[in-house]
Design a binder for this molecule. Structure first.
Ligand SMILES: *Cc1c(COP(=O)(O)O)cnc(C)c1O
Length: 313
């Protein structure tokens, strides 16, 4: 009891519905989850993560997300001592415990705390794995995605060089994105796209970028995360007989596109109708963008792309 108030002990379901975390094999309310203040993930951004969406009670393309997470860990020499089946089980149990049918599910590996006092050797750290999930998050709010979003191309910052931080390893080096987001928000834009130092389009905070010109898709190859949603759209396009060019995309060419859209596990395919003062597809979501948006959700409903969650009764 604190100040005469009885302690509230919420039942598991009400306590976990707004979010839960998996920490050392225990599932707890997300508000109770914490990491040590001297974890290298916090003090050096020495961390990788991945996010898999849960649609209608099933993980979408689960194996692809798990494989990317394990590639990222290997590239950073992180070994938190859990294998792919262990992570899959942890994520399954986590989402099942929340009862969420649509969820944003994050898996995280951090360098951890250095066990040797005074050591600055990353090999002395105890690597950690944890996971958390919350009700589904849309990178672009649904009502905005319906009509098309306005984005800004950052002018004061460019995407961190892939020679410095490999963008194919999902990471929390968000200094460039955050600076860009402040710029975008000040202009009333929903989000931001960053260019590389040579003026090529890269990506934005949590999404890849596509341009459509004469029914051909173009998406950058270098300096970006190879998103699973990006890959899904590339596969859908092949299915629909559309050409996809995966190559450098100069900003001048990008601004001459017929349609622009972004891809992300936080919403699938979302139309962009304005990039600064350029207006695309008559200020409404483009025809091809809408077709790909629908196809993405058709793919999400296909049994071969679903790993269903078994919820407790
Ligand atoms: C997560 C992310 C994406 C999108 O990847 P998906 O696998 O499609 O969710 C794109 N860019 C960055 C920087 C990201 O963090």
């Amino acid at each position: 009891m604190i100040d005469g108030q009885p302690e509230v002990n919420p039942s598991p379901s009400t306590g976990l519905k707004t979010g839960a975390a998996w920490v050392d094999g225990r599932i707890i309310p997300i508000s109770k989850a914490s990491i040590p203040i001297n974890d290298w993930g916090l003090i050096h951004s020495d961390i990788t993560y991945d996010v898999v969406p849960v649609w209608e009670g099933a993980f979408f393309r689960f194996e692809l997300y798990l494989a990317r997470f394990f590639r990222s860990m290997a590239a950073l020499r992180l070994n938190p001592g859990i294998d792919q089946a262990g992570v899959a089980n942890a994520l399954h149990d986590l989402v099942a415990a929340t009862g969420l049918q649509k969820a944003y599910v994050a898996m995280v590996a951090t360098r951890g705390v250095n066990r040797v006092p005074g050591s600055r050797d990353p090999r002395d750290c105890h690597n950690r794995f944890f996971a958390w999930c919350v009700p589904y998050i849309h990178v672009i709010a649904l009502d905005i995605a319906d009509t098309g979003a306005q984005v800004h191309i950052a002018s004061s910052v460019c995407r961190i060089s892939p020679n410095s931080v490999d963008p194919r390893i999902k990471n929390y080096h968000w200094g460039d994105f955050t600076k860009g987001l402040f710029e975008a928000k000040a202009l009333g834009a929903e989000t931001v796209i960053l260019l590389d130092a040579d003026g090529h389009v890269t990506e934005g905070p949590g999404f890849n970028v596509f341009a459509v010109k004469d029914k051909r898709l173009v998406t950058p190859e270098r300096g970006v995360l190879h998103g699973i949603s990006r890959q899904t759209v590339i596969e859908i396009a092949a299915d629909l007989g559309l050409e996809v060019e995966i190559r450098d995309l100069p900003v001048s060419e990008f601004l001459q596109s017929d349609e622009v859209f972004i891809t992300t596990s936080g919403g699938g395919v979302a139309p962009i109708t304005r990039v600064d003062d350029h207006i695309f597809s008559n200020d409404a979501p483009g025809e091809l963008t809408l077709a790909l948006h629908r196809a993405y959700f058709e793919w999400a409903a296909r049994p071969e792309n679903r790993t269903p969650i078994t919820y407790p009764d």
